[in-house]
Design a protein around this ligand. Structure first.
Ligand SMILES: Nc1ncnc2c1ncn2[C@@H]1O[C@H](COP(=O)(O)OP(=O)(O)OP(=O)(O)O)[C@@H](O)[C@H]1O
Length: 239
């Protein structure tokens, strides 16, 4: 089975380390979450995974060939329509450019309710799209482009509950077809409910959890939000 593995990654921007001995793995068909407080290094880690930043030390083994990365900041040329932006993204990201028909076919298999809404967005000028609309349009478009490893930095940030539901349906659809997915979010519940397992960044390391019960049990609390807070604030609990 194909797998991405990062082992003992150390990274610093300054004299103070940001990540120390961070390790993580994502296998074909898995949805793996990353939780962590603001500024804990999630985006930095994704940049290292995509070779946009170099780790100070550590080891990366990667069996995947076609990566796609949804970054946190999406800037679109204002005069272009979303369909033009889709064509640009598709041409730059894949040897086999996607057509609207192929994309709609994939989306309708994963989440039929989204197809009409996606088509409406297709013709909209990018300058007229809200933050949330741009975010879900890009997330779904990227997922429809064939890739074996997709990295999504907060795809649901600023997205309403209905479209968060559709995004997760599509993520599950892509994972069923064998895509490996690494996704960050500040919504602890959605990570726990949808990911096969997840990593919590605390004290600069990645701690792996298989489910919410394990997470709460480790920190001796009754809610997953409390577990998050304990993980971040009480070094004694982080091993
Ligand atoms: N080029 C840089 N030089 C120095 N510090 C940087 C640089 N880029 C990011 N940082 C710092 O590194 C830390 C980690 O940033 P990063 O964006 O990886 O965090 P994050 O976990 O993705 O945060 P958020 O949840 O808020 O998106 C932050 O404190 C940030 O200010």
């Amino acid at each position: 089975m194909k797998k991405f593995t990062a082992q003992n990654i150390d990274f610093s921007y300054t004299d103070t380390p940001l990540l120390t001995q961070a390790s993580l793995e994502v296998a074909q068909g898995d949805i793996v979450g990353i939780l962590g407080p603001n500024g804990s290094g999630k985006t930095t880690f994704f940049d290292i995974v995509c070779d946009l930043k170099k780790a100070k030390s550590g080891f990366i083994k990667n069996d995947f060939i076609r990566f796609l990365y949804l970054s946190q900041i999406i800037s679109t040329p204002p005069p272009l329509r979303m369909r033009d932006i889709f064509k640009m993204v598709s041409a730059l990201s894949s040897n086999e450019p996607m057509t609207q028909d192929k994309t709609l076919k994939k989306l309708s298999a994963w989440s039929p309710a989204i197809v009409d809404r996606y088509q409406d967005m297709w013709n909209k000028k990018s300058s007229l799209c809200s933050y949330g609309e741009t975010r879900w349009f890009f997330t779904l478009s990227l997922l429809s482009i064939s890739a074996d490893f997709v990295i999504l930095d907060e795809p649901t940030a600023g997205v309403d509950p209905e479209f968060r539901h559709y995004i997760w349906q599509c993520l599950h659809g892509a994972a069923r077809e064998g895509t490996a997915i690494l996704v960050s979010s500040h919504n602890v519940d959605e990570v726990i409910n949808h990911c096969d397992y997840f990593y919590m960044i605390s004290q600069k390391c990645f701690n792996r959890f298989n489910n919410g019960s394990e997470f709460m049990q480790k920190y001796g609390v009754k809610t997953v939000d409390d577990a998050f807070i304990r993980a971040v604030t009480e070094p004694v609990f982080a091993t």
